[in-house]
Design a protein. Structure first.
Length: 441
């Protein structure tokens, strides 16, 4: 990618871009939610559409001069319907997933209506109804949980639905490694006359490619971000399915009004164009092959980590994500030591975790970025072996009881991982492997 004009006009900003490109190119990023936009998507984000003010929707603009912008928005909508068969209406203006979720609740619910969602500690998302989110400030958020085997407790979901009569039941996650049972949730929603909303932000690319069940035949409203496995820019799609639009012809209008003028101002037209480009790319065999490899790589990662005695949630994965228990406080040692070797993942609560999201018992990983670089099983096997080596290197560290002891220990740990010769060697091995699989050729 060429940033020569920026290099001339703002060398500081240019250097920051180069530093980040180098970081991405030479490290193994397995943080869920992060992905790689194509060069074409990035070029669309550079476009002059960022200059245009376009309040409202295509052919209904408050401002003039939107003839071309209307075509961009219409193109993104048409391509979304092709990518997601069974979808009848699409709003492409949501800035990202969090406001999109809020917009759906705002469209479907009145203040203090009940929503039923997967608890954050069980793998759900903040914006589905957590206490720190505005969603719980305006709506009565009831949580459902997982069983001891870390699978969804459908009996409990049905019991809670009958007891609380939710207006919306949410089926979606940020840290759940098994396929979501959309059909079973649909039957529960029908019993209590609730809307069924699917948040497929993590798995939309898998759905498009046919390696995960589509929610369209079962759900009423679908939301997905566009920057995860869909491989596009930051943004979101809100989709009303054919199934529900036949029942409530006003639902699409409710969604659109909830986005604008309900919660947002003018749309980001350059972002809309980039979403359209990403959706076009999903229709290629290369993209479908990529998503098949994502699942293959995730299953291999889960399998390999299990052989090294990592406690993998549900002992397996059906999708792109692997969640593993590492014990109280050990996540911080693992995360920092791996990062020193330029293997990047994140801490995460595990199902039924006794600790908080700030001090959880687990780590969370996924394989899309590895797969987008066309890394396959041999590279995943190597990654797992590096992770195991680092786990063994830091095995002597366990958190001390008092704050003062921990403060001293953290300093000792930073010095230890900075000076450990094997971690330095792994860093060079990671860099060497990454150079064989460049992001932007």
């Amino acid at each position: 990618m060429n940033f020569e004009n920026l290099k001339r006009t703002d060398k500081v900003a240019y250097d920051l871009i180069m530093a980040e490109m180098n970081r991405q190119e030479t490290s193994l990023d397995i943080i869920p939610s992060e992905c790689l936009a194509s060069v074409s998507v990035i070029e669309a984000l550079w476009s002059p559409f960022t200059n245009k003010y376009s309040e409202w929707y295509a052919k209904k603009r408050y401002y003039w001069g939107n003839e071309v912008v209307d075509k961009v928005e219409t193109l993104a909508i048409e391509r979304a319907k092709i990518a997601f068969p069974g979808v009848a209406h699409v709003n492409v203006q949501a800035y990202s997933g969090s406001p999109a979720n809020m917009a759906i609740y705002n469209a479907l619910c009145n203040v203090w209506d009940t929503i039923l969602w997967l608890a954050l500690s069980q793998g759900g998302h903040l914006t589905h109804g957590h206490s720190v989110s505005a969603t719980s400030k305006f709506f009565n958020a009831v949580q459902y949980w997982l069983k001891e085997d870390w699978f969804i407790d459908l009996e409990e979901v049905e019991k809670l639905a009958i007891e609380h009569k939710p207006k919306v039941i949410v089926v979606g996650f940020t840290a759940y490694s098994r396929e979501f049972p959309f059909d079973e949730f649909s039957k529960i929603a029908k019993k209590v006359w609730a809307y069924l909303m699917a948040d497929i932000s993590h798995i939309s690319g898998l759905v498009i490619s046919g390696v995960h069940t589509s929610p369209a035949p079962f759900c009423d409203v679908i939301m997905t971000t566009t920057h995860k496995t869909l491989k596009g820019p930051r943004g979101a799609l809100i989709m009303v399915t054919e199934k529900w639009l036949e029942f409530d012809s006003e639902l699409s209008k409710k969604i659109d009004k909830s986005i604008f003028p309900g919660l947002q101002g003018w749309p980001h037209n350059h972002q809309t164009l980039a979403i359209a480009v990403a959706l076009w790319e999903t229709q290629t065999e290369k993209y479908r092959q990529l998503n098949r490899q994502i699942v293959i790589n995730a299953k291999k990662l889960a399998s390999e980590l299990s052989t090294y005695w990592f406690d993998v949630a549900t002992n397996w994965t059906d999708n792109h994500l692997v969640l593993a228990w590492v014990g109280k406080w050990r996540w911080e040692f693992m995360q920092k030591a791996l990062d020193k070797a330029w293997i990047t993942l994140n801490k995460n609560t595990i199902p039924n975790d006794e600790w908080t999201a700030f001090f959880p018992s687990g780590i969370r990983m996924w394989t899309p970025i590895l797969s987008h670089r066309w890394m396959k099983e041999p590279q995943v096997i190597k990654l797992a072996s590096w992770m195991n080596e680092i786990k063994e290197i830091i095995s002597e560290f366990n958190y001390k009881e008092t704050r003062e002891e921990r403060k001293i220990q953290k300093k000792e740990f930073r010095e230890f991982i900075s000076n450990n010769s094997r971690i330095k060697e792994i860093r060079l091995e990671v860099k060497e492997m990454c150079e064989q699989f460049p992001i932007y050729k």
